[in-house]
Design a protein around this ligand. Structure first.
Ligand SMILES: *Cc1c(COP(=O)(O)O)cnc(C)c1O
Length: 397
């Protein structure tokens, strides 16, 4: 990833279809649009690819998470369990609805630790939200068992793991709801966009309505539609959807390319005895968008990260000290800095992140480095990169 590395005529053709008719909106204007329904086309193709009954496109991955939670009836004071290692969108989407994010430790899968999740379940818990970070997944079987036992919704954030699978099912399709992002740096991109998938007819209907001001979408007179409940505007535009239609057709090729590159780099790193790799749960297949590995301790990991950049190896991430992906960097969340007053439920129920013990996550993230797997690297570049990575890391051991 990211998918923009391989933009071509396919994307241009789809976008031009939309520009020629001039209908940039996904709904209405039937007579003007020359039968182009790019958002609908994307939804049908994506649902099929994800082996799910329903797909709802929206304006971003963050919007997808918000819409998915709302469609499952999650609201003020409901607790949603999420990991300490994720993207800020996780707590943003939860808090948007007045619901309360409950942060829980990760394990060596770099995703939710089922044991820590079990401990965090309370009478207010409504949903468990695993985030399949950096191309690999949580132990969904264990999380599903907890959801069944406590009657909770399982919502998979598959924004970084599109194309991976678990027990033969596409990631995102195992839980009650799955969310994807097509933002500019994701495996397939349409500039800005996201999707919710589900097999639950009621959730699908709610998602369809919620993302478009609560419209029921019955009949073909938009002005005459009723509003069964409140909603917002999280619609995708036809221009973005058009790019997505073309990118989706390339998904398998992208995954194959990533897998090939990943194997070469993994083989090289495997020669270094001090390196171990992130654990992939049994039954899981990664999407190979990143390769993540552990160094023996935090000091060595920091030095290795520095050495990688000094050896000219770009796109390596040390998440532990990064502003976006780990609780350490979320000063605004830890100190509840919001523009307006936050809902009462959030202020009352939220953990104090300045004192909560996340030492289990710290001990894992402190040792973790991830390398992006780019689509545009040539064979020679991959080989040179693998060698440079080994050399850089060995220099600090
Ligand atoms: C990118 C991302 C999102 C949000 O997607 P946007 O489209 O940028 O809003 C959510 N979760 C994860 C794990 C992501 O990587």
């Amino acid at each position: 990833m990211p998918g923009f590395e391989l933009f071509g005529n396919e994307e241009r053709t789809e976008v031009n279809d939309v520009l020629e008719s001039g209908v940039l909106m996904r709904y209405g204007f039937d007579g003007m649009r020359n039968e182009h329904w790019k958002a609908r086309e994307f939804e049908t193709a994506f649902a099929a690819k994800m082996k799910s009954k329903h797909c709802q496109l929206v304006s971003s991955g963050t919007a997808a998470l918000t819409v998915a939670l709302a469609s499952a009836g999650i609201g003020a004071g409901d607790e949603v369990i999420m990991p300490t290692f994720t993207f800020v969108a996780s707590f943003e989407s939860i808090m948007m609805l007045g619901a309360v994010p409950v942060l829980v430790d990760i394990d060596d899968t770099l995703t939710l630790d089922p044991k820590a999740v079990e401990k965090a379940i309370s009478s207010k818990t409504k949903c468990i939200m695993p985030v399949h970070m950096c191309g690999s997944m949580a132990n969904l079987r264990a999380l599903k068992a907890l959801c069944d036992q406590h009657n909770l919704v399982l919502l998979e954030d598959a924004c970084q793991a599109i194309g991976g699978s678990y027990e033969g099912k596409p990631l995102g399709s195992f839980g009650d709801l799955g969310c994807f992002s097509f933002d500019y740096v994701k495996t397939i991109t349409c500039g800005e966009g996201g999707a919710v998938i589900t097999n639950n007819k009621k959730f699908a209907e709610h998602a369809d309505q919620f993302q478009d001001h609560g419209h029921d979408h019955i009949g073909n007179d938009r002005g005459a539609e009723t509003h069964p409940h409140l909603g917002y505007n999280f619609r995708i535009s036809e221009l973005n959807a058009a790019v997505g239609v073309a990118q989706l057709r390339k998904l398998e090729t992208f995954i194959d390319t990533q897998k090939h590159t990943y194997s070469i780099i993994k083989e090289a790193l495997s020669q270094v005895a001090e390196i171990s790799f992130r654990r992939v749960p049994e039954g899981g297949v990664e999407n190979y968008s990143f390769i993540s590995f552990f160094l023996p301790n935090q000091v060595i990991a920091e030095k290795a990260h520095q050495a990688l950049s000094e050896h000219g190896v770009d796109a390596c991430f040390y998440w532990y000290k990064n502003n976006w992906h780990y609780i350490n960097g979320w000063e605004h969340l830890r100190n509840m800095k919001s523009l307006g007053k936050l809902p009462e439920e959030i202020r009352k129920q939220m953990q104090d992140f300045n004192t909560t013990d996340f030492s289990q996550s710290d001990s894992i993230m402190g040792r973790t480095i991830s390398s992006l797997i780019k689509l545009s690297w040539t064979k020679a570049q991959v080989k040179a990169r693998a060698e440079a990575m080994v050399k850089a890391i060995k220099s600090v051991l």
